[in-house]
Design a protein around this ligand. Structure first.
Ligand code: SAH
Length: 280
C-alpha cells in the first residue's frame, strides 16, 4: 500500500472519537459513547449502527453514512480516512461510530493509524463486541470453569489480498478454546471441514446467532458437523456470530432472551453513499 506522507500540523483543532456502538440495542452503548454522540459536530457511521442513536445528536450535527448497503459496494477505507481528517481539520469534534467494538474487526485500527499519521488527536471508546452479545443473548457463557477457560475471536473473512489464510485452524482445533467466528456464515461449511480435519470432533456443539440482542435475533443450534446445513435451511445470513465449543450445550438451560422484547434495529432506510466505492 502507498505510504502516506502526511505532515503533522498544529493548525488542526478538531479531534475524532472512535466510538463503539455495541451490537445494535441502543441501551448497550457506553455512557461515554452516548455523551460524545450528544456533543459532537459530525457523526460518521456504519450500516450496523442502530439509526436510533442518530437521534441523540445535536440538530446541527452533520451525520454522514459510510457503511455498506446490504448486497452493494462500500466506501473505500481511504475515502473514510480522508473524510475523518477533513472534518477534524474544520475544527469539528467528530464521532466515528462503528458497530460493536471499534478495535475488533472494525478497521478501527486502520482509521486510528490514519488519524495518527495526519496529526489528528483521537480517542477510542470500547463497546460490547458481537461475540459477547451473541453469548449473552443466546444463553452461552463463553467461558465456564467446567467447559472452557479461553475464548478466541476469529475472522471467517480475511482480506482477500492476503492470499493464503494466516489463521492456523489446526492450532485452533486443538486449543480447547471457545471459538467465536465473525463474518463466517458464507464460509461455515469450509471452516467446519477444516476444523474437523484438524481433529475437532464433528459432535462439538455449535451455534449461529444472527442480529444478537435485537428484535431480529435468530439462532440455530447444532454441531460442528451439521451447523452449516442447519444455518442454510433456516436461511440465516449476515450479521451473525458462530460459537463453537462445549459451552454451547449450556444454551439448553440458560437461554433466557425473547427477541420480541429486544430493540428494533431496522436497516431498511440506509442513506446513499457519497464517497468513492469499492468491492468489499
Ligand atoms: N466491530 C464489530 C465487528 C464488525 S465485523 C464488533 O465488534 O462486533 C462485522 C461482523 O460482526 C458481522 O459479519 C457479524 O459476524 C458480526 N456482528 C456484528 N453485529 C452483530 C450482531 N448484532 N449479531 C451477530 N453478529 C454481529
Amino acid at each position: 500500500m502507498k505510504k502516506r506522507q502526511e505532515q503533522k500540523t498544529d493548525s488542526l483543532r478538531g479531534c475524532v472519537h472512535l466510538v463503539g456502538a455495541g451490537p445494535g440495542d441502543p441501551e448497550l452503548i457506553t455512557v461515554r459513547g452516548r455523551r460524545l454522540i450528544e456533543n459532537c459536530g459530525a457523526l460518521v457511521y456504519d450500516a450496523l449502527v442502530n439509526a436510533e442513536m442518530l437521534n441523540w445528536a445535536r440538530p446541527d450535527c452533520r451525520c454522514i453514512f459510510v457503511g455498506k448497503q446490504p448486497g452493494q459496494r462500500c466506501a473505500t477505507q481511504e475515502s473514510i480516512g480522508d473524510l475523518l481528517v477533513a472534518l477534524a481539520s474544520e475544527g469539528l469534534e467528530v464521532v466515528r461510530l462503528k458497530g460493536g467494538d471499534p478495535f475488533v474487526f472494525g478497521r478501527g485500527g486502520e482509521e486510528a493509524q490514519r488519524l495518527q499519521a495526519a496529526g489528528v488527536p483521537f480517542t477510542v471508546v470500547p463497546a460490547v463486541t458481537a461475540a459477547l452479545a451473541a453469548g449473552a443473548f443466546a444463553g452461552i457463557p463463553l467461558t465456564h470453569r467446567e467447559h472452557s477457560s479461553a475464548v478466541t475471536f476469529v475472522s471467517g473473512h480475511e482480506d482477500p489480498r492476503k492470499g493464503e489464510s494466516t489463521i492456523n485452524w489446526e492450532v485452533l482445533a486443538r486449543s480447547g478454546s471457545t471459538l467465536c467466528l465473525y463474518m463466517a456464515v458464507g464460509r461455515l461449511g469450509a471452516i467446519a471441514q477444516r476444523l474437523q480435519a484438524a481433529g475437532l470432533p464433528g459432535s462439538t456443539p455449535a451455534c449461529a446467532v444472527q442480529w444478537a440482542g435485537t428484535s431480529r435475533q435468530k439462532s440455530v443450534v447444532g454441531t460442528l458437523g451439521n451447523l452449516s446445513f442447519r444455518v442454510a435451511a433456516a436461511g440465516l445470513s449476515s450479521p451473525a456470530i458462530i460459537v463453537i465449543g462445549e459451552v454451547v450445550s449450556l444454551q439448553q438451560t440458560l437461554s433466557w432472551f425473547s427477541p420480541e422484547n429486544g430493540a428494533d434495529h431496522a436497516q431498511d432506510h440506509l442513506p446513499p453513499l457519497e464517497l468513492p466505492l469499492a468491492d468489499c
